[in-house]
Design a protein around this ligand. Structure first.
Ligand code: NAP
Length: 221
C-alpha cells in the first residue's frame, strides 16, 4: 500500500509512519516540502535507532497535494480546525480513495477538554460531506496517544475502534491496524456513530490530568 500522511510532520503522523513503514510505502505530506523531507529522513533514522534494517524501507516527504495524489490510502493528521482547508486543497486527489480520519474536534473549557463536534454530529460525518462521493471514509485511531504510537517498544495493546460505511475499507483498516502491533482493531459500526468514539478522547485527556496518568488509552474487555 502507498499511504499518504497529510500533516505527517506532526505528533501522531510520526507514529503512523514508523509503524507502517515496514510493510508499506509512506509518503509524508506537509505544507512545506523541506519540512516533509526532513521529517521523512528523521523517521528513517528513528527506525534505524530501533534496530530495523532500513535498506528496503520507503519513507519520503513531499507537499500534501502530491502525497495525496500518489497514495492509495490517505490519513488526515491535522487538527480539526485545519481539516476543511486541507480537504479543499486536495479534493480531486481523493476520488476513489480511502480517507482515514483520527480527527477529534475538541476544546479546552477551563481546566477540562470537551468534545466539540460540528453540526453534522462528528468530525467523520463533516469530513464525509467535504470529500468526493467516491471517497471511502474510515474513522479510527482517535483514542491512541501519539507517544505510545511512536514508541516502537510499546507492548501494551490498546483498542482501535473502526467506524465506516464501506466493508472493504473497514477490512483494509483492520489489516493495517494489526500491522501497527500495539493496537487491536474493533468494529465500531457505521460512520454515523463515530461521535461516540471521537468523544472518548477528551475523557482520556481529562483522566490523565486528574489522575496523574500519561498517554491514557482504552482496552475494552
Ligand atoms: N496527538 C495525539 O496524541 C492524537 C491522538 C489521536 C488523534 N489525534 C488527532 O490527529 C490529528 C493530528 O494531531 P497532532 O497532534 O499530530 O497535530 P499537530 O502535531 O499539532 O499538527 C500536525 C500537522 O498539522 C500541520 N498543520 C498545522 N497547521 C496547519 C494548517 N493551518 N493547515 C494545514 N496543516 C497544518 C503541520 O504540518 P506542516 O507544518 O508540516 O504542514 C503539523 O505538523 C488531530 O486531528 C488530532 O485530534 C491526535
Amino acid at each position: 500500500m502507498k499511504i499518504a500522511i497529510l500533516g505527517g510532520t506532526g505528533s501522531i503522523g510520526e507514529g503512523f509512519a514508523l509503524r507502517w513503514a515496514l510493510n508499506n510505502e509512506i509518503i509524508i505530506g506537509s505544507r512545506t516540502l523541506k519540512k516533509a523531507q526532513n521529517a521523512a529522513q528523521s523517521y528513517l533514522s528513528e527506525m534505524k535507532s530501533y534496530g530495523f534494517d532500513i535498506s528496503g524501507v520507503r519513507i519520503r516527504g513531499t507537499d500534501n497535494y502530491i502525497a495525496a495524489a500518489e497514495a492509495d490510502i490517505v490519513i488526515l493528521t491535522v487538527m480539526f480546525n485545519h481539516v476543511f482547508s486541507m480537504l479543499e486543497s486536495v479534493y480531486d486527489t481523493l476520488e476513489n480513495k480511502i480517507l482515514v480520519t483520527p480527527v477529534v474536534p475538541m476544546n479546552k473549557v477551563g481546566d477540562y477538554f470537551v468534545y466539540s463536534p460540528p453540526p453534522q454530529g462528528s468530525a467523520a460525518l463533516a469530513i464525509k460531506e467535504a470529500v468526493p462521493a467516491s471517497t471511502r471514509v474510515v474513522s479510527v485511531y482517535h483514542n491512541i496517544a501519539a507517544c505510545k504510537l511512536k514508541d516502537m517498544k510499546c507492548q501494551v495493546e490498546y483498542d482501535a475502534v473502526i467506524c465506516s460505511d464501506d466493508e472493504d475499507a473497514r477490512k483494509i483498516l483492520f489489516d493495517l491496524t494489526h500491522e501497527i502491533g500495539c493496537l487491536r482493531p474493533l468494529d465500531g459500526g457505521p460512520l454515523a456513530v463515530s461521535n461516540m468514539v471521537e468523544s472518548i478522547t477528551p475523557l482520556l485527556l481529562n483522566l490523565g490530568v486528574l489522575n496523574g496518568l500519561e498517554d491514557v488509552g482504552v482496552r475494552f474487555c
